[in-house]
Structure formats: structure tokens, C-alpha cells
Ligand binder design. Structure first.
Ligand code: GDP
Length: 300
């Protein structure tokens, strides 16, 4: 993770150390921290939260450099953990139960890759997995998901031909999952943002099928978001938050950006927990998210 966040860390850490190293943290230093956070794409809202917390604290006492950094880390961790007050704290499929994870996100965000990685991890951890290729609009997406499936020995349910109804694929996949006692069904959904209404209709139709056909399943709806998009990604995220009943985010391509601060913006603005982060193209390059690990990798 430290390596994955290298670009963002280099963008922040040295400057931060220089700012707080000037002596007890004062108002001028806090303003410099503010500029630094905005530059790392932490976003206005999340930055305001951090800066307000810092300002409250320096009103009470002067903060020597090490204390200032430790306190900053604490604020960031608290912020990243806020959504866990409404969403469950630990994130793993329940054993001996059908868990259905609906994966959404625009084309190119890394959805297919993420599904492949999750299937791999889950299979390795002893879960019985299945993938539904419900991004039926792109023939290439179905092919790609099949390649990922075969890498980790996970079956893929897909309908032959293009433009088949995604909801029908999901229906078939749930039938198969129920008869095979599958524990984790990963559903790849379409990611065309051009037509917001179609996207919303398609995602809500899939959700209706899932709720109806698998009323006892544990359902998660995860948005796959490309970290390299920074604040633009956040705007996409807002569209998906309206279209799907999201319960979490997977942040991909953290290895390719100095703007990893967007993680904080996402959490603050959508009040959704980050569940996984992707930091590479390989099958092993996905990690469960931990606020502690993330903040340490960012600021140490
Ligand atoms: P989809 O259209 O959302 O299904 O996106 P894909 O899964 O096809 O991924 C698009 C591109 O991003 C591919 O070239 C992936 O290898 C790459 N990619 C996905 N996740 C990551 C990541 O965490 N880091 C990097 N560097 N590349 C990634």
C-alpha cells in the first residue's frame, strides 16, 4: 500500500513536514496545510473538516511538530471511519449465505479488473464464488470477465450475444448461485454514463430482480471509482449514488496518481465507506481498506 500511495505521499509528506517543522503549529501553518490538502484533491468539504479540527485544537494548545502530525492523522482516520457509524464496520461475505455484490462504475474505472481480483481473493479464502457478466452492452467486457474468472477458477454466467437483457443475466446467475450454494455472487453491471436515465433504469431493474429473487441474500452495492480522476471522479460518484443504493466504494488506480487524497473527499461527500483499494493491475493488487493503514501510508 505504501508503494501504491507513493505518488500521493511524495506530493504531501515532505511539504507537510516542512510546514509543521517550522515550530508549534500556528494559524499560518494551518493555512499552508489547507493548500496542501486541496492540491492532493482532498476536496473542499473534507479539507474544511480537517482545517476546522486543527484550528480548534491550536486554540487550546501549541502543537509541537510530532504532535501536530499525530493529531492530523487522527482527524483523517476519524473522517474515513465516519461512515462506519451507519455501515457495518467489518466487510467480508458471510459464510454459508448468499452474498450478492453489485459492482457499478463507469467504463474504464477498473470494474472488471476489480471483480477478477475480488473473485480471486474470495476463492482463495474458501468462499464459493460466481460471477454474473451483466455488462451485456460491451461484448469485450463479457470476454474480459471470463478471462479473469478462468484465472481464479470462478465460473461466469453470461448470455450469448450482445444487447441481451442484463436483468435476465442476473436472474440466471441468481438461479445458478442458489442451486450451487454459492456464497459470493459478483455482478458486473453496465457503466455507460452518457445516458443517465438508462443507467438508472438498468441499475434499478437489476436491484429489483435481486431483491425479489434473493430476498435473504446479503446485498452490497459497490461503486468502482478511478482515483486518477480526482474531483471529476467525485462528480461521477454522485450520479451513481443517485442511481444505485450504494453501500461502499472501491478506489482503483491509486498507484497511478498523486491525488490519492480523493479518498477523503469521497468518504466525506458521499458518507460511504471505502471497502477496497486497487493499487496495480495484477490479480494480487487489491487490498481491503483500513483507515489506519491508509493514513499511515499517506503521511509516514
Ligand atoms: P472497466 O471498464 O471498469 O471494467 O475497467 P477495466 O477493469 O477493464 O480496467 C481498465 C484499465 O485500468 C485496465 O487497463 C486495467 O488494467 C487498469 N486498472 C484497473 N485497476 C487498476 C489499478 O488499481 N491500478 C492500475 N494501475 N491500473 C488498473
Amino acid at each position: 500500500l505504501r508503494q501504491g500511495l507513493d505518488k500521493t505521499r511524495r506530493n504531501i509528506v515532505n511539504q507537510l513536514k516542512a510546514i509543521v517543522g517550522q515550530g508549534p503549529l500556528n494559524q499560518a501553518a494551518v493555512l499552508e496545510i489547507e493548500a496542501l490538502l486541496l492540491q492532493a484533491d482532498v476536496g473542499v468539504e473534507a479539507t474544511d473538516y480537517v482545517i476546522n479540527a486543527l484550528q480548534e485544537r491550536i486554540k487550546q494548545e501549541a502543537l509541537p511538530p510530532e504532535v501536530a502530525i499525530a493529531y492530523l492523522k487522527e482527524i483523517l482516520r476519524d473522517m474515513l471511519d465516519q461512515p462506519l457509524k451507519v455501515h457495518k464496520a467489518t466487510f467480508a461475505p458471510e459464510k454459508d449465505t448468499l452474498n450478492i455484490w453489485l459492482m457499478t462504475g463507469v467504463n474504464g474505472a477498473g470494474k472488471t479488473t476489480t471483480i477478477g481480483k475480488i473473485a480471486h481473493i474470495a476463492q482463495k479464502s474458501g468462499y464459493k464464488c460466481l460471477i454474473a457478466a451483466a455488462d451485456t452492452f460491451r461484448a469485450a467486457a463479457v470476454e474480459q470477465v471470463k478471462i479473469w474468472g478462468s484465472r481464479s477458477g470462478v465460473d461466469v454466467i453470461a448470455n450469448p450475444g450482445q444487447n441481451t437483457d442484463p436483468a435476465a443475466v442476473v436472474f440466471d446467475a441468481i438461479t445458478a448461485a442458489q442451486s450451487r450454494n454459492i456464497e459470493l455472487l459478483l455482478v458486473d453491471t453496465a457503466g455507460r454514463l452518457q445516458n443517465k436515465k438508462n443507467l438508472m433504469d438498468e441499475l434499478s431493474k437489476i436491484r429489483r430482480i435481486v431483491d425479489k429473487k434473493a430476498p435473504n441474500a446479503k446485498i452490497e452495492s459497490l461503486l468502482v471509482l478511478d482515483a486518477t480522476l480526482g474531483q471529476n471522479g467525485l462528480r461521477q460518484a454522485e450520479v451513481f449514488a443517485q442511481a444505485a443504493q450504494l453501500s461502499g466504494v472501491v478506489l482503483t488506480k491509486l498507484d497511478g496518481t498523486a491525488k490519492g487524497g480523493v479518498a477523503l473527499a469521497v468518504v466525506r461527500q458521499l458518507n460511504l465507506p471505502i471497502r477496497f483499494i486497487g493499487a496495480g493491475e495484477g490479480i494480487e493488487d487489491l487490498r481491503p481498506f483500513s483507515s489506519y493503514e491508509f493514513v499511515e501510508a499517506l503521511l509516514s
